[in-house]
Design a protein around this ligand. Sequence first.
Ligand code: MLT
Length: 240
Amino acid sequence: MKKIEVCFTPALFEHRMLRDNLNIVIVDILRATTSICAAFQNGVKSMIPVAGIDKAREYKNRGYLVASERDGLVLDFADFGNSAFNFISPELVDKTIAYSTTNGTHAIEMVRPFGRVVIGSFLNITALSQWLEQQQEDVLILCAGWKQKFNLEDSFYAGALTEKLMETSSFQLGCDSAEAALDLWKTGEKDPLKYIDKALHRHRLKKLGLDDVLDYTFQMDSCPVVPVLHGDELVNIIKV
Ligand code: MLT
């Protein structure tokens, strides 16, 4: 049986139990990984996750399209920010976008030497779990959190994905954090949007007028894509 482990924050990653042969699912529900799934569903060719602002600016200077934000706000040199709606445009079909966000792209950068990086959100939850079932590797779900701290929305999703994987019967829980994530999910699954009202970042986005994308964020299986990091680029390995 393959194992499932959940890391509630990037700071816990170095203490993980699973070490080898890993698919590492990066989760940043509000909003980086939701936006990545939206982008691929809408025909973007690839995305280059970039942790630092200087590197993102460098991509801009080299002529790339750049999506970039810090604390929710679009950076001055970027073409656009981090709402999933920014990535739903016919102009982006077949394009490569360099992408830098407050937490999500840092998490990707941090874990890439340690396993295969895969992107998870509610938009692709079934496609992702089916794909993970077909693979040989254990699954580590890494919540991007907020600046190394726990957040509710990513942990809640970790529970939803854990439940899906357990339904396939080729997985077993590898740690108490997977159990805890499952409990969180069960608490709010009947009305995810209502449950997420408790999350701090939901209110941070609301204050900034950036929460129009919330309903979209919880549209389960609206984007059946599986974005995987190949070299420096995220690509969708499932045909849309
Ligand atoms: C992040 O990567 O930190 C988030 O996606 C930020 C945001 O809400 O845009």
